[in-house]
Design a protein around this ligand. Structure first.
Ligand code: MLT
Length: 334
């Protein structure tokens, strides 16, 4: 089941067995200076809908400084976690549409409509896309000392210890939840899921031995893998990750259906003036072209998208395509 392909090609996969969750997200947005002729003339808040220290937070903090330099104002990261990213996205959707409150979110923006029946925002109607940011591979990880030496042995371990093996993730609809679900679906097993407000805290518990498995983005796991602090069994993309050359792909390791990569986009609330969106998009493209940003992303197993991929139209198309894809796959579970 090949579910999510790189930005260039999207393919519809087979059915997913995902738990649906009722969720209501609430929040009220803040405002900043006047979104218009003098924009920006005040601090810009970027809401990250997961806990500090995780991959979404990491990507945003790498971009914040060059983005602020380009815009001439401070860009502050505001972690608003909960419910697989839907609390933070909900808060961003009700912020003043003046360009001073933005949202940096990932694939979870496109899965939420199918997974959260009471979702209190519409990813398309309630936001203006500013641009795509990056697409990140994931890695199937276990706590150090679990025992399996490779993915085959991990599969046997899971099958032999059904029900007692724990899987951490960042809430229903998060990237780690989706990857964990793909793994369970491919193996036909059920793991004991342990939700967190982000894979920052989830990784802390994996390192502490409190949970057994975590499927996490390389932006949060590459350094731990290279340090030997966790066991890595496979990466969930068609090609090996340059900074993790020893880790096989899931296809090489015999699980071709466990394939997913995590795209990230930057959004403003619907109603943000077009000239403000243009200013933000141009600053995003410049920040993505920043050499230091490129180097940091490469060290974390990913890379900034190209200037053309960073357009508002490309993000809008990606979001539409992904909402249709997940609606079709998850809607069948409805
Ligand atoms: C996810 O699993 O969706 C992300 O890793 C959450 C996060 O950025 O912490």
């Amino acid at each position: 089941m090949r579910l999510i392909r790189p930005l260039s090609t999207l393919a519809v996969g087979a059915t997913l067995c995902l738990a649906l969750a009722a969720c209501s997200s609430s929040g009220s947005g803040g405002g900043g200076g006047e979104g218009g002729a003098n924009f920006p003339d005040d601090t810009i808040d970027v809401i990250v809908p997961f806990a500090a220290g995780g991959p979404t937070d990491t990507v945003t903090r790498i971009l914040a400084e060059p983005l602020g330099e380009e815009l001439g104002v401070q860009v502050v990261v505001d972690n608003v976690e909960g419910a697989g990213g839907t609390v933070g996205a909900g808060e961003a959707s009700t912020a003043d549409p003046d360009g001073y409150t933005l949202l940096l979110h990932h694939i979870g923006m496109s899965t939420a409509p199918a997974l959260y029946p009471d979702l209190n925002f519409d990813p398309v109607e309630d936001f203006e896309p500013i641009g795509l940011v990056t697409e990140v591979p994931m890695a199937i990880l276990s706590r150090s000392g679990l025992g399996p030496a490779d993915l085959d042995e991990l599969v046997s371990y899971i099958e032999d210890n059904q029900g007692s093996v724990t899987l951490a993730h960042a809430g229903v609809g998060s990237a780690s939840h989706l990857c964990g679900t793909l793994l369970q679906d491919a193996l036909g097993v059920e793991l004991t899921e342990v939700p967190y407000d982000g894979t920052g805290p989830a990784m802390a518990d994996l390192l502490g031995g409190q949970v057994d498995l975590l499927c996490d983005q390389t932006t949060n796991s590459a350094s731990q893998i290279l340090a030997g602090s966790v066991e890595a069994y496979a990466v969930t993309v068609p090609e090996r990750v340059a900074v993790l050359p020893e880790i096989p792909t899931t296809a090489e390791a015999g699980l071709p259906d466990v394939e997913v990569s995590i795209w990230h986009g930057l959004y403003a609330p619907a109603g943000t003036p077009e000239e403000v969106v243009t200013i933000l998009n141009e600053a995003l493209i410049t920040a993505l072209g920043n050499e230091e940003v490129g180097t940091q992303f490469e060290e974390l197993g990913t890379s900034p998208v190209t200037a053309e991929q960073a357009s508002p139209a490309t993000l809008a198309t990606q979001l539409d395509d992904q909402i249709a894809l997940w609606g079709g796959l998850l809607g069948q579970e409805g």
